[in-house]
Design a protein around this ligand. Structure first.
Ligand code: MBD
Ligand code: FE
Length: 307
């Protein structure tokens, strides 16, 4: 068998210099991380006999991911965003925090500053064909008490699976709203039932997924940030039950507790009572927030957003 270069003094010295260990300047933890990442990469090259041509193809690939602004798709597609959630769950369990509405990934399509209203909102502002959705619920604390004045920041795709801002055919903040809960901690909104999202078929994320025999589809879902003074910020989503990709999400965000019952109403009297002329859907979903405390790991994730 060929000698593993990685185990030679020559390559060990190389990695040591690469990671900055010969300098007294710089951040020690970062040096350790760079050492690990570079070592793991070299090990992969050696174990899989990656040729220079293949390696440069991979480097060009990553440049293309950045140029296409698809880091936010590649990260969940590789399961890393869900893994970060699992780690935050684990840290909370270790701190004695259990129960409450589970978190799930934010995804790359949030835009700050959606219109704010009290108690209720209508999310759809552009014309759409599809099923009207009425969603309502309550924000509660761990004891089941209502949390008035919480902000339910909600965003979702349209009936074709596209998000406003990223889809230039939609008006700004279509299907994006912030709703402040009322005195009973309640929120409600009217919208249009979203379709599932698919990564751009010609983009680099789909290129990799296809090359390993995967798809880039998400089941239909609705995103939420739920926050209130003194409470831990909740980042979550609900899934639309019945979607063919419900348990086959390329971003691994589905959790059993996040699939509320959906009711499709076809009764003529109910349709008229809602001022509609077509069947519509309703979902009720309550959010349970945990109180913030000094000894808990950070709940909010800081990340750059498109603007
Ligand atoms: C989405 O709508 C989404 O929520 C995620 C996680 C990735 C891509 C598109
Ligand atoms: Fe999404």
């Amino acid at each position: 068998m060929r000698e593993k270069l990685l185990h030679t003094a020559q390559v060990k010295t190389l990695i040591n210099k690469v990671a900055g260990f010969e300098s007294s300047e710089g951040d020690h933890r970062l040096k350790k991380i760079i050492e690990r990442v570079v070592t793991d990469l070299m090990r992969t090259i050696e174990d899989f006999d990656v040729s220079p041509t293949e390696f440069w193809a991979a480097a060009s690939y990553l440049e293309k991911v950045g140029q296409s602004h698809e880091m936010g798709l590649l990260v969940p597609g590789l399961g890393i965003e869900h893994f970060l959630d699992l780690r935050m769950d684990q840290e909370e369990r270790e701190a004695g925090l259990t129960g409450g509405t589970p978190r799930t990934i934010e995804g790359p399509l949030y835009i700050e500053g959606a219109p704010l209203s009290k108690g209720e909102a209508r999310l759809d502002q552009d014309p759409e064909t599809g099923e009207v959705l009425f969603m309502d619920g309550q924000v509660k604390d761990a004891h089941g008490n209502p949390v008035p004045g919480a902000i339910v920041d909600v965003w979702h795709a349209n009936t074709a699976g596209w998000y406003s801002h990223f889809d230039p055919s939609q008006t700004p903040f279509n299907l994006r709203r912030r709703i402040e809960t009322d005195a009973d901690g309640k929120y409600k909104f009217r919208s249009m039932l979203p379709k599932g999202y698919g990564v751009p078929p010609d983009g680099p994320t789909n290129e990799l997924l296809a090359a390993i025999g995967r798809h880039g589809k998400r089941p239909a879902h609705v995103h939420f940030f739920v926050s209130a003074p003194g409470y831990r910020k909740l980042t979550t989503q609900i899934n639309i039950d019945g979607d063919e990709y419900l348990h086959d999400d390329f971003a691994f965000a589905t959790r059993d507790e996040l699939i509320p019952a959906i009711t499709h109403h076809t009764d003529a009297a109910e349709i008229i009572a809602r001022g509609l002329n077509e069947p519509f859907a309703t979902i009720t979903f309550d959010f349970t927030l945990h109180k913030e405390a000094a000894d808990l790991p950070a709940a909010a994730v800081e990340r750059a957003h498109a603007a």
